[in-house]
Design a protein around this ligand. Structure first.
Ligand code: ZN
Length: 337
């Protein structure tokens, strides 16, 4: 593993070490960073929501609840605070604030007979380039899985041993309600789903806090899910729609209402579609683009930048990651088990 890759936790393969290693890597710094950003919300006290967020997770998402509770114990904070900051973009929707960022997600096949490749940039605050990790879980009561996420645990994007891949993209909803942070929902999907269709069922039944696009796929099929506090829209992605691209505007007319979000959403959508139409095998090279831009650079911790890239390949099943901007850094592949 080069110094440029995200750390993998647990490093020694003992699931019990996962939370402790997240703390050693700097989970407390993420809490401090987010407490600093919450100071902007002077009118309301966001801390009043922590109990309700924790209750929503505790009510039915046991793996996520266990992990947050242990992390909160080690950091001596409320578990709801860990959960709120883990799914921070949802939490600020709940506070009726605006966030920036915006990832680019694709699903493609090198040729019509090739297995699928699901990929995305992760465009977030540059701070997270040094405050994220690949988590590797082997739960006794669920599927083995690997996922890229922040040092607060759960999962932002990943794949499980059944080949179920989940990628995410922010859609700022017009409506947010106390419910499940997206990172908890992704954790749950990777833990439980045995197929992409099963993952869609779980997602449709989840009471999510705010709005995201989920690209849910396995080796055979893929779905576009746009889910929020006021409902969801699900569409199976047909062969004729591949290469598939999603950025930060809604593609489904019947999904949750979303606000205009990222000024580069449509340029990134069009650019990625054009590049993949010319070469559907161009993952991760498609993300090297600086015109739209698909690859974004920042310098300060608060800058929006491409903090990483994730892609999943089948035959063999692998999660690939790039830490930092894809134009400058090479990737790493790892198996699910
Ligand atoms: Zn670049």
């Amino acid at each position: 593993m080069s110094e440029r890759d995200f750390p993998v936790v647990p490093s020694g393969g003992d699931p019990g070490d996962l939370v402790g290693e997240l703390v050693d890597l700097g989970a407390g710094e993420v809490v401090d960073f987010r407490r600093g950003t919450l100071d902007a919300y002077a009118d309301a006290d966001p801390r009043e929501q922590f109990g309700a967020v924790a209750d929503a997770v505790k009510a039915g998402f046991e793996p996520a609840w266990r992990e947050s509770r242990r992390l909160a114990d080690l950091l001596d904070v409320h578990p709801g605070e860990v959960l709120a900051y883990s799914g921070y973009s949802d939490f600020v929707d709940l506070l009726d604030a605006t966030v920036s960022g915006g990832c680019t997600t694709v699903g493609t096949r090198a040729s019509p007979d090739s297995p699928p490749v699901y990929a995305q940039t992760w465009d977030y605050l540059k701070f997270y380039e040094d405050h994220s990790a690949v988590v590797r879980r082997a739960p006794a009561d669920g599927h083995d899985h690997v996922a890229l996420t922040t040092l607060l645990g759960h999962a932002y994007m990943g794949v499980n041993a059944a080949g179920v891949c989940v990628l995410i993209n922010n859609l700022q909803g017009e409506r947010a309600l106390v419910g499940l942070p997206f990172s908890v929902v992704v954790h749950e999907l990777l833990h439980r789903a045995g197929s992409a269709a099963e993952a869609v069922d779980i997602l449709e039944g989840a009471s999510v806090m705010s709005t995201h696009n989920y690209l849910v796929g396995d080796a055979e099929s893929a779905y576009n899910v746009e889910a929020g506090a006021d409902g969801s829209a699900v569409t199976e992605i047909a062969d004729g729609q591949v290469p598939w691209v999603h950025t930060n505007h809604a593609l489904e007319e019947t999904g949750p209402a979303v606000l205009a979000y990222s000024g580069s959403s449509r340029p990134r959508y069009e650019r990625a579609r054009a590049l993949l139409a010319a070469d559907p095998s161009a993952v991760p090279a498609v993300f090297d683009d600086h015109d739209a831009p698909l690859c974004r650079h920042g310098s300060a911790p608060e800058d929006v930048a491409t903090v990483g890239v994730v892609w999943v390949t089948y035959d063999p099943l692998r999660l690939h990651t790039i830490r930092g901007t894809p134009c400058a850094n090479g990737g790493r592949a790892m198996g699910v088990r």
